[in-house]
Design a protein around this ligand. Sequence first.
Ligand code: PLP
Ligand code: COI
Length: 354
Amino acid sequence: MLDIKITKTTSPKAKPTGKLGFGKIFTDHMFLMNYTRGKGWHDPRIEPFHDLTLSPACMVFHYGQEMFEGLKAYKAADGSNYLFRPDMNAKRTNNTNDRLCIPQIPVEDFVQAVKAIVSVDQDWIPTEPGTSLYIRPFIIATEPFLGVDVSETFLFMIILSPSGAYYESGLEPVGIWIEDEYVRAVRGGMGFAKTGGNYAASLAGQVKAHDDGYSQVLWLDGVERKYIEEVGAMNIFFKIDGKIVTPMLNGSILPGITRDSVLQICRDWGLPTEERRISVDDLLEAQANGKLEEVFGTGTAAVISPVGKLRYKDDVMVIGDGKIGEISQKLYDTVTGIQLGKIEDKFGWRVKVD
Ligand code: PLP
Ligand code: COI
């Protein structure tokens, strides 16, 4: 149990009005906790949101020893505040930390810290349809040292951002670019971890995709460049001939919490699901046979995002009729319904914040 010292701001900011966008506005407070080798995690505290003062020699700036997470807080119609499966983010934090040689944070301390900062800034949870409070926990290596080594000190922080849809188009289907030149991750690398380096590796492909009018990149496996992995900020699902299919977790893709939730919901509905290797050729063939029925991405920021178009080299696969597919819509309604406290939480995923 953390003993969190809370210092409240004396100059609260005005709450945003109008369209929120994603990740541009920050609340009044932030959570911080330091780590020092030999002492462990210490000084958990909530302070007014502020800039940091760091040595330019901090290891995070040079060798990228850092990690981050993403989850959301939701305000239900009765004013209750909820998190969605925060223990899963805590566990994934520790899997990432192990890969990046960052010390673990006990699951209950991580969840306590998230609850504490959300509770302090709960008036910032937006209530317009499609909005929520995006929560960004992250850890950076702070030792000032230019040798390549494991840092002896770290800083864990949590910042909060009232946000709307990740894609400007909202629930309109997005176009996705299947990247055939760059790769994002390989097995044995860091693909399963949530660390900045994976996203830095993705930018050049994303720029190409954007230049061509596509929203995001769908990555292929780093060795054969043949098998579907995931999208820049979400996992990917296909409805092929009535089956819900998604790439299996193989070490190079992020084990998404929304992915896991969607699989559990589909199984509960009695839909056939498959976690397996899927090649681009499988997709092209399914499309040619009229069996590629729906494509959607899953993620905390992206929620359920329908995909209307997939480009691979000279082929453009147009999926559906330009509108969100039936299962995608049902999943969106169910996932957000559980998150917002509108429907029964039969899986026990909602966690209340007081
Ligand atoms: N894949 C990548 C690369 C991501 O950045 C995200 C977002 O967190 C996801 C998948 C989806 O994960 P989750 O559902 O846990 O948010
Ligand atoms: C999330 O969905 O939480 C993510 O981390 C996606 C992010 C890269 C915007």
